[in-house]
Design a protein around this ligand. Structure first.
Ligand code: HEM
Length: 152
């Protein structure tokens, strides 16, 4: 079980860091670059180098989270901090899975079809999912650390 927690914490750290850096730094910086070949090259770096890493991190968190949910069910049900942490964790992972494994492909398809109206609606929805993942993911991380390491 300690190996599951080991990978859970490493993936959780990368997940929380990625959410913060991508949403609060990289995406706003990318938005400042005017459309054209430079912007496409910058986006390609993220798509080709970073997305596979984040996808792997999400899958590791899905697997370790599911194992912890099944094996620590009683602990989660009786400890309020862990209960709140797991609730935030499940919401964050639901949003991340939808964004990375469903909406990314769906948006690509809409773009290829030139369906601008539907794409704009889906973009609004994915922005909400991104913000929800950011807030609940960071809260899940902080409450996880609080559960095991709080000095109070
Ligand atoms: C299905 C979702 C999840 C479940 C069921 C779950 C479950 C758990 C459980 C039971 C523990 C306590 C392990 C122990 O020490 O006995 C734990 C620890 C932890 N989890 Fe999760 N988790 C989930 C998702 C997440 C997510 C999304 C994050 C962060 C982004 C996260 C971050 C952490 C952290 C930081 C710890 C504390 C590890 C330590 O410092 O000892 N978890 N998790």
């Amino acid at each position: 079980m300690s190996i599951v927690i080991f990978f859970h914490v490493i993936a959780a750290t990368m997940f929380a860091m990625t959410l913060i850096i991508m949403q609060l730094v990289v995406s706003p910086a990318l938005a400042k670059i005017p459309g054209g070949p430079e912007k496409e090259a910058a986006s390609a770096v993220i798509q080709n180098r970073w997305h596979p890493i984040v996808d792997t991190v999400i899958i590791i968190l899905d697997i370790t989270g599911l194992i912890l949910l099944l094996t620590r069910w009683h602990l989660i049900g009786t400890n309020i901090i862990l209960h709140v942490k797991v609730t935030f964790g499940i919401i964050a992972l639901l949003c991340a899975n939808l964004l990375h494994f469903y909406y990314r492909g769906y948006k690509r398809k809409l773009k290829a079809q030139g369906n601008v109206e539907r794409l704009a609606a889906i973009n609004r929805l994915t922005e909400i999912l991104e913000k929800t993942a950011l807030i609940t993911g960071v809260l899940a991380f902080i409450s996880g650390i609080t559960f095991n390491h709080s000095p109070f």
